[in-house]
Design a protein around this ligand. Structure first.
Ligand code: CP
Ligand code: NVA
Length: 306
């Protein structure tokens, strides 16, 4: 049995296998074909943070695969009142076939997985957001920009950045990260990613220079400056991130026809200008839709590896 907590635990071949299944599932759906690959199965979804895309995509995905999804907010279950994670895990995994968790500390999800009898999927922690990267890479494949990709990530060194690092390290592409001083990526995760990158031939560069990072990039991406849980830092972050907005001037430095990706929700006028977001809305909203297909692919893959 496998869990999907970070991309670090998956080989390049496995990641590509999940993407292939996801592309196939999307093709089927567009042709009106629904294969009930998870018939009678139940996915428990524990949310300790808000969500639009993750909740809708997992719930709809499970329904389309012939299964059922349970939405469990920490306000409603005993986890939020202090029932130990290991007890919640043993109870829920005794009744459900898979569990998806969105929470704060990554160690919570590791603890849950340790005691779980069924696959656990990371639906975002403070450290990683790996399901988003499945959808992002799937989008790169669809737009033919996955080969020889040079990805520039401009903004906060956060869960999205860490997952981009793991994806680049595993698949072997170039990733340039530019963050303001004081908002760099986690040093330990960077060290780990660089170690994996040595084997795959990936190039991962970190700097405080967004213009240099974006120069000649084939893909430019960013994320909110204040992640969930950092709401009280919003004002100081907006000040610290001046010069880091992905706008038309920034996009001009990238390769001609460079693509823009954003996991959403997007804050226009902060990490991205309204013009850049709207002029790349076709790919960005396809990226969002791909959350559905990529997570269906992931759940089918995990079910096949039980
Ligand atoms: N990108 C993403 O995970 O969106 P939600 O927070 O809406 O789930
Ligand atoms: N970094 C953001 C991603 C949201 C999908 C957050 O954690 O809030």
């Amino acid at each position: 049995m496998r869990h999907f907590l970070t991309l670090r635990d998956f080989t390049k071949e496995e990641i590509l296998e999940i993407i292939d299944i996801s592309l196939e599932i999307k093709k089927d759906l567009k042709a009106g074909v629904y294969k009930k690959q998870l018939e009678n199965q139940t996915l428990a979804m524990i949310f300790e943070k808000s969500s639009t895309r993750t909740r809708v995509s997992f719930e709809v995905g499970m329904y389309q695969l012939g299964g059922h999804a349970l939405f469990l907010s920490n306000r409603d279950i005993h986890l939020g009142r202090g029932e130990p994670v290991k007890d919640t895990s043993r109870v829920i995994s005794g009744m459900c076939d898979m569990v998806m968790i969105r929470t704060f500390k990554h160690s919570m999800i590791e603890e849950f997985a340790k005691y779980s009898k069924v696959p656990v999927i990371n639906g975002l922690t403070d450290s990683y957001h790996p399901v988003q990267l499945l959808a992002d890479y799937m989008t790169m494949v669809e737009y033919g920009v996955n080969e020889n990709a040079i990805v520039a990530y401009i903004g906060d060194g956060n869960n999205m950045t860490h997952s981009w690092m793991m994806l680049a390290a595993k698949l072997g592409f170039e990733l340039r990260i530019a963050t303001p001083k004081g908002y760099e990526v986690d040093g330990k995760i960077l060290e780990e990613a660089l170690k994996i990158a040595k084997e795959s031939g990936a190039v991962i560069k970190v700097s405080n220079d967004p213009k240099e990072a974006v120069h000649g990039a084939t893909i430019v991406t960013t994320d909110t400056w204040a992640s969930m849980g950092q709401e009280s830092e919003k004002e100081e972050r907006v000040k610290a991130f001046q010069g880091y907005m992905v706008d038309d001037l920034m996009m001009c430095l990238a390769k001609k026809d460079a693509k823009f990706l954003h996991c959403l929700p997007a804050y226009r006028g902060q990490e991205v200008s309204a013009e850049v977001l709207e002029s790349h809305c076709e790919i960005v909203f396809n990226e969002a839709e791909n959350r559905l297909h990529a997570q269906k692919g992931l759940m089918v893959w995990l079910n096949n590896h039980k």
